[in-house]
Design a protein. Sequence first.
Length: 402
Amino acid sequence: MRSVFHGWWVVAAAFAVTFVGFGAAYTFSALFAPLQLEFAASRASVSAVFSIAGFLYFALGVVSGPLSDRWGARRLIVGGMIVLAAGLALAAAARSLTQVYVAYGLGVGLGVGLAYAPALGAVQRWFVARRGLASGLAVSGIGVGTLVLPPLAAALAQSVGWRGAYLVLAVLALVVGGGMALLVESDPARRGLTPDGAPPPASAPPPRGVALGEAVRTRRFAGLYAGCLVCGFGVFTPFAHLVPYALDHGIAPTRAALLLALIGAGSTAGRFLLGGLADRLGRLPALLSMFVGMAAAMGLWAAASDFAALAAFALAYGVFYGGWVALLPAVVADYFGGRAVSSIIGVLYTSVAFGTLVGPIAAGRAYDAAGSYLVPIVLAALANLAAAAIVAVTARAPTSSR
C-alpha cells in the first residue's frame, strides 16, 4: 500500500464523497412520486426541494472553497458528510413539505456544499499530467452513485417506505462518506511529494497559479461563469423530472427509476473514459464537446415516449453530463494553476447554483401549466449550445486580468 502514490487515495476518497453525496441527492426523482402523494403537492412545489438542495451545494462552494485553501479540505469534507447524514435523517421524520424543504434542502445542500469543492480542489493539487484522468475518476463517484442509489431508494421505498429509504441513505453518508474523507490531504508537499508522484526538488517552489481575486477578473473566468450559468438552467432538469416524465408515459415506477441508473451508468463511463482521453486530445475542446453533446441528448428526450427511447437518452445524456462535470475543474486548474484552485472552483459553481435553483422549478411550473415538458427540454438544449459558444469565444483570452 505504501507503493501507491497517495494522490490516488485522495481520488478514492473524493470518489466516495461524491458517490454518497450526489447519489443521495439524485435519489430525489426516484422518490418524487411518494413525496407528491404524501403531501398532496404540485410538481413545482415538490421540485423546489431539489432546487433548494442543488442551489446550496453549488453556491456554498464560494465559502467552502476558500476555507479549504486556508484550513485544508479534510475537516470541511468530514463536516459535510455529518450534515448530509443529519439532513437525510431529519427528512425521514418530516410531517410537512416545508419540513422536507428544511431537512432535505438544507441538509443535503449544506452537506454536499461543504464537501464538494474541497474534494475536487484537493484532487487537482495532486496531479498535473494526469489531471483529467484523476478528476474524472474522482467525480465518477457521482455517476456510480446515480447508478446505484436511485434504484436502491426506489426498492427501499416499496419495502420500507420513503422515510426508511432516507434513513438508509443517512447511514451510508455517515459511514462511507465520512470514513473515506479521512484519507483526504490537500498538499502533496506535506508528504514530501510533488504532483503526479514525481521526485521532489531540492527546494519546494511556491504553489503556481493566480490568486482568486485576479482569476475572477479575467475574461476566461467570465466565460466559464457565464457558460455554466446558462447551462445550469437546464442541466439538472432530468434529475428532478425524468422519472415523473416516464410515469406520465405509462412506464412502471421501477423501470422509471432505472432511467436514473442509466444516467449514472453513462455518467460513469463518461468520467472514466473522457477524462483520460481529454488529457491527450485537449481538455478545453473536450469540455466544449460536452456542452454540445448534452444539447443533442436533450433532443432525444424531446422525441422520446417509450422506455427504449428514454433509455437511449439517459445513457447519452449521462456520458456528456459526466464528462462536463469531470472536465470543468480540470480546465479551471489548467487556466489558473493550483494556488487557489478550490476557491476558484467554489466561486465558479455559484453559476451552476443559480441555474439549479431556477431550472427544475421552472420545468415543474411549465408542466403544471401546460401538461408537457417539451418547452423546458428544448430550452435546456438551446442553453447548452449557448454555453459552448460563450466558453469557446472567451477561451483565447489571457489568464491574467492585466
